[in-house]
Design a binder for this molecule. Structure first.
Ligand code: PRP
Length: 218
């Protein structure tokens, strides 16, 4: 039995299906089917452990403020939040403790088929990863106007809103279906287990035991 109150932040969608078996390995099971419920807060078989279900981009925020002790978030979301390295993550009050190796994909630039990336003049880039984009093009010395979108990035180059996009690519089917091709890989992405720094200190035994159990299930 887990004797310390713990709140764990999860996201719905493809990550959830792969996350639940890992929690199960730590003997944590939600009392109802998360994927079939509209609820956002779930009790578990462990009376001290509850699960909250958030947008991927909000997991880091809940963990940073300690509202959630732990969270599972994509590396893409962590990078966008300023957690590209362990040190940077620490500055946000977060430890990235485990690469769960699930929900693997790549963060890439992409553009119209039969075209090459423009690198000799100012370009427009559509993405939801504003911070990642800014540092990526700055590092390359490319002048880029970053246009924030919340989804359907693949439409932007086709409609002439942008010269290229930065987005997650898994099978590549979405790019292909919209007349785009992948260009440069920015980072390999997978889901990570993150922990609030203060929680790690205050609830160390319970959290370390959970990390160990998940780690051996990987
Ligand atoms: C992601 C991403 C792409 C798609 C890539 O969107 O934004 O659109 O998946 O996957 P593929 O390479 O296998 O086609 P998702 O469906 O997760 O929805 P989102 O736009 O809400 O992030």
């Amino acid at each position: 039995m887990i004797d310390t109150p713990l709140t764990i932040a999860l996201t719905k969608g493809r990550i959830l299906e792969e996350t639940l078996p890992l929690l199960e390995a730590a003997d944590i099971r939600p009392l109802e089917d998360i994927s079939k419920s509209r609820k956002l807060l779930f009790e578990t078989n462990q009376k001290n452990v509850r699960l909250i279900v958030l947008r991927g981009s909000d997991v880091t925020t809940y963990v940073r403020y300690g509202t959630a002790d732990l969270g599972i978030a994509g590396k893409d979301m962590l990078m966008e939040y300023g957690c590209e390295s362990a040190e940077a993550c620490g500055d946000q009050g977060i430890y990235e403790v485990l690469d769960l190796g699930i929900a693997k994909c790549q963060l890439m630039t992409a553009g119209r088929v039969n075209e090459a990336p423009i690198r000799d003049r100012r370009i427009k880039v559509a993405t939801k990863f504003i911070n990642v984009a800014k540092s990526y093009y700055a590092e390359k010395g490319v002048q880029a106007d970053i246009i924030k979108l919340y989804g359907a990035m693949e439409l932007a180059p086709i409609m002439g809103l942008a010269d290229e996009i930065i987005d997650i690519v898994d099978t590549g089917n979405t790019l292909k279906a919209n007349g785009l091709v992948p260009w440069d890989a920015i980072a390999d992405i997978s889901s990570r287990l993150i922990v609030n720094k203060a929680s790690m200190k205050m609830k160390h035994a319970a959290i370390q035991s959970l990390i160990d159990k998940i780690s051996s299930a990987l």
